[in-house]
Design a protein around this ligand. Structure first.
Ligand code: NAP
Length: 539
């Protein structure tokens, strides 16, 4: 390796939850580093997704950073599941408190990255025209940050206002008295429909496949409750570290078939009324693995939907038929089903009458022409690998990451990729972080990465790379975990389904996430570190 004068030792891409913490760790160590962020300010997910109803599905106090007692003492979460404006304020508060903003560069979209294997550094081409060099690149790109508008003919011809939820305008959009369409009923659609339904003039929801959805049961957090939470933070974070999902919810390990039907119903009645993901994650483990157990529980939730929707025909349309409860990511809802009881709200089942085109005045289905003032595309993301694919990443010998990952991600521990040296992903594809309470997993990723890099620097290494054998073994492990779970049958981002992305359409299974759970993932990372970073060749 020849000596080169690099701009930075480390470039972090993305100033979201991951990038903010990673730059804190790096600058605490005095490492010359910067964050490049495509947006005009920090916040990642919470900077972009400003649609009405956008809020955590994680308990707020499990979403915040755990690494500063002072921060934990100072910040007061006001709602059990905090909303987007407050979440963005929180991330800004953190950045300002620790003076991190000066290490961030905004409006800097990384367009390409090339690895120089002779001199061992990365060159990043940035949207503002600069080329920046760094020994190491760390990504905090977000797993759901590459929005996908629907591939529907005529989208550009619409003369009203139209946007993907990810790009909901920063200035308030007045929807009262407007005729509004929402296309998409995933977690985002369900939040936005529940929030705007009571306010808009007319709302038409274009649903292709319904999702199982259960009440968020949000509520305020009083001063007294917050004081209690503060006194229990250690306990709360320890609990999150012990649960598979990284949440406060522990699965019920009694065994579905060891519990009477009456007791099962009692558990479900209780969980349905409790806040958050308990109904999914405090349930029997068989819900995730056993078709019959899953079917019985799904029918229980179907009955709940029937009880909440006045028109039986509409209720039946809102009940999923093609997948069981929880095999796709469960959207949490607030008043979602009641919205369909309002006279100004209409459900359009586009599985029966598909959308043919967006027209200058609205939407045309096979049955009818609808006129709208506003069309909202709640049509999701090119999840997990989309944000990587949108950067032209070229590794050793000119190999492109997008080519290597054409049929799905291939990683070691979800953190590194063979052929792409000095490259680390925080909460990457196939990491435990990708399938759990994101910030908990992100902290695991940042802490492990920082310790690994300290090791690299102490040992005087200038190049590190996952070995092909260990990478292959990790992918095999990820594949085996999918085989054990019913979620392999879901058509959602866990399996890489997206009808609006070439090659991600129905039936194309991608091994996107690690399903072994938080404790096992953390334990594996610790074992790898203790075993002299097994699977990573350093020179
Ligand atoms: P999504 O789950 O992928 O949902 C996209 C929706 O758009 C689906 O209902 C899909 O229908 C529909 N759709 C796509 N193209 C269509 C077309 N051409 N015509 C008709 N319908 C179309 O995306 P998302 O709702 O944005 O959620 C993605 C993930 O983001 C969630 O699973 C969650 O992890 C995360 N999220 C989290 C929160 C939170 O924590 N509070 C909130 C929102 C989102 P099909 O199912 O038929 O494809």
């Amino acid at each position: 390796m020849s000596e080169v004068d690099l701009d930075y030792e480390v470039i972090v891409i993305g100033a979201g939850v991951a990038g903010i913490y990673q730059i804190k760790r790096l600058t605490d160590l005095g490492i010359p580093s910067t964050v490049l962020e495509a947006g005009s300010d920090l916040g990642g997910t919470w900077f972009w997704n400003r649609y009405p109803g956008a809020r955590f599905d994680s308990e707020s106090y499990t979403y915040g950073y755990s690494w500063s007692k002072e921060l934990l003492d100072e910040w007061h979460w006001k709602e059990r599941f905090s909303g987007q404006p407050e979440n963005l304020r929180y991330l800004n508060f953190v950045a300002d408190k620790f003076d991190l903003r000066r290490h961030m560069q905004f409006d800097c979209k990384v367009e390409s990255m090339r690895w120089d294997d002779d001199q061992q550094f990365w060159t990043l081409q940035v949207s503002d025209g600069r080329s920046l060099t760094a020994r190491i690149v760390i990504t905090g790109l977000g797993l759901l940050s590459a929005p996908t508008p629907p591939r529907i003919e005529g989208r550009d011809t619409f003369e009203g206002q139209a946007f993907h939820t990810h790009f909901w305008p920063e200035e308030p959009v007045d929807l009262s008295d407007k005729r509004v369409a929402v296309i998409g009923t995933g977690a985002t659609g369900i939040q936005v429909i529940g929030a705007i339904g009571p306010e808009v003039g007319e709302l038409h929801v274009f649903q292709r496949r319904p999702n199982w959805s259960t009440p968020l049961n949000n509520g305020p957090i009083s001063d007294e409750e917050m004081a209690d939470i503060r006194s229990r933070y250690d306990e709360i974070f320890e609990l999150c570290a012990r649960t598979p999902g990284g949440f406060i919810h522990q699965p019920d390990r009694r065994g579905f078939y060891n519990v009477s039907r009456e007791d099962r119903l009692a558990l479900w009645d209780r969980l349905y009324d409790e806040p958050g993901f308990g109904i999914w994650l405090q349930n029997f483990l068989e819900i995730f693995t056993d078709e019959a157990a899953n079917a019985e529980f799904s029918e229980y939730i179907a009955d709940r939907i029937r009880q909440r929707v006045d028109d039986p025909a509409v209720a039946e349309k809102l009940i999923p038929r093609d997948h069981g409860f929880g095999v796709q990511r469960v959207p949490m809802e607030t008043n979602y089903f009641e919205v369909y009881n309002q006279p100004n709200v209409t459900l359009v089942d586009v599985s029966e009458t598909p959308i043919e085109a967006i027209t200058p005045t609205g939407i045309r289905t096979t049955e009818q022409d609808f006129d709208f003032d506003v069309i909202v595309y709640a049509t999701g993301f090119d999840a997990i690998t989309g944000a990587f694919d949108r950067i032209d990443i070229e590794g050793v010998g000119g190999q492109k990451m997008a080519d290597k990952w054409h049929a799905g991600p291939i990683t070691y521990l979800g953190m590194m990729v063979n052929g792409f040296p000095n490259f680390v992903m925080l909460a990457g594809p196939q990491s435990g972080s990708a399938s759990t309470n994101f910030p908990r997993g992100i902290e695991t990723g940042v802490d492990w990465t920082t310790e690994f890099l300290e090791h690299v620097w102490e040992e005087g290494h200038t190049r590190f790379e996952a070995t092909p054998e260990d990478e292959a073994a990790w992918v095999e492990n990820v594949a085996m975990l999918y085989e054990m779970l019913l979620l392999r049958k879901g058509k959602g981002w866990f399996t890489g389904y997206n009808s609006n992305v070439d090659g991600h359409e129905e039936g194309v299974m991608r091994l996107n996430v690690y399903n072994g759970g938080s404790p096992k993932f953390s334990a594996t990372l610790n074992e790898v570190a203790a075993d002299d970073y097994r699977g990573i060749s350093c020179e």
